[in-house]
Design a protein around this ligand. Structure first.
Ligand SMILES: [Zn+2]
Length: 370
């Protein structure tokens, strides 16, 4: 069994210690594979004088060269024949700038294993059919964004009776149809089946706020859930505290805080992070997180804010084994949450300013031109 299989088949999704050796070995295998199959990546390793065979411990992974997520928005890097890859997910990048991400068969298989293990651990599966309200894009051939796929994928945790989308594809473009959502919600609330919300937290928040203003308070059936994914994006400036959102959900829908679930992930780092009972994102066995100083890019200790560097050996199709996001975050030490999950947890504080991103991207660009 290869090392990647040992990581992705592990029964406990938060047993970081028990999977450390396998994780390190899988990262080494992956880096060697990328070096052999992707000329650009081989050059980057050469320029940084890094030999993948030297990866023997977690500390070595701190030295492994990372690629900025922005780099994937400008360049296609593949270590396998692009035509043979399964899914070409693209991020919902601003200004039409997109990342082209494809997965190998085995990578997709392991991704599926991960989703099953995580959904089981977080009790997301239900045999009871649900009605779904999706605060995201209706799935079309034209829309290949990862978030629309994630939202659609989440509607399989419980059998779907109906799916209603906030952003509907009409005459070649997306239109926001909040009135349609409201009608569907009222219809669903009278049915005996649970309702599941899924989508961008900001849309959900604004939708529930407008319902409250109108005095509409449908009581949803027991077992209903409000699931969030995709982060806050362009709404960072209007970001409200999570507690405010949970209170609003309870007030308007009658769904308790324990019925709220949030997911985190990035198209260039296709790992499913699912929040715990205290709404923290613990690092699962499929990934490791390194927080780096914004100026020096050196790793910082637990509890210190910095740039979020995400690592995973999930896919061999592309060198996304260590990516630098443009998020600022904090990694909190194991045991500090109190929910019982033993792995450290990641708190995203926000995104670095546009000026910083440009600097970062330009720096990487300079560097990669080498
Ligand atoms: Zn926790």
């Amino acid at each position: 069994m290869d090392a990647r299989a040992r990581v992705f088949n592990h029964h406990d999704p938060y047993d970081l210690k028990g999977t450390e050796d396998a994780f390190v070995a899988a990262m080494r295998e992956n880096a060697l594979f990328q070096q052999a199959g992707c000329a650009d990546y081989a050059r980057i390793l050469r320029e940084q004088d890094f030999d993948p065979a030297s990866i023997q411990s977690m500390r070595d992974l701190e030295r492994l060269p990372f690629l900025p997520t922005l780099y994937f928005k400008r360049h296609k890097l593949f270590a396998m024949d692009e035509k043979k890859l399964l899914i070409q997910a693209t991020s919902s990048g601003t200004g039409g700038v997109k990342s082209h991400i494809g997965f190998d068969n085995l990578g997709m298989y392991y991704g599926g294993r991960m989703v099953l293990t995580m959904a089981r651990r977080h009790r997301l599966f239900s045999p009871k059919p649900c009605n779904y309200l999706i605060f995201g894009y209706e799935r079309t051939k034209e829309n290949q964004t990862a978030i629309s796929k994630t939202a659609y994928g989440a509607t399989f945790f419980a059998p779907a009776l109906h799916r209603t989308y906030a952003l509907r594809w009409r005459n070649g473009q997306y239109e926001l149809d909040l009135d349609g959502m409201k009608q569907a919600l009222l219809r669903y609330s009278r049915s005996p089946f649970p309702v599941r919300f899924m989508g961008f937290p900001a849309y959900t928040y604004f939708f529930l706020s407008s319902l409250r203003e109108e005095g509409i308070r449908p009581r949803l059936p027991v077992g209903s859930k409000v699931m969030f994914g995709g982060g806050w994006k362009q709404f960072y400036t209007q970001k409200v505290e999570k507690e405010t959102v949970y209170r609003l959900v309870e007030e308007v829908l009658g769904v308790p805080e324990s019925g709220c679930v949030e997911f985190f992930g990035a198209v260039e780092h296709p790992i499913l992070y699912c929040d715990c009972a205290r709404h923290h994102f613990h690092v699962p066995v499929y990934s490791r997180v390194i927080i780096r100083n914004v100026d020096t890019l050196k790793p910082v200790p637990y509890g210190t804010p910095g740039l979020v560097n995400l690592l995973t050996p999930m896919t061999k199709s592309m060198p996304i084994l260590s990516v630098m996001t443009d998020d600022i975050g904090i990694l909190h030490p194991p045991g500090s949450c109190g929910c019982g999950i033993s792995s450290p947890w990641l708190e995203i504080l926000g995104r670095v300013g546009v000026k910083d991103i440009v600097t970062c991207a330009a720096g990487a660009e300079e560097f990669l031109k080498g």
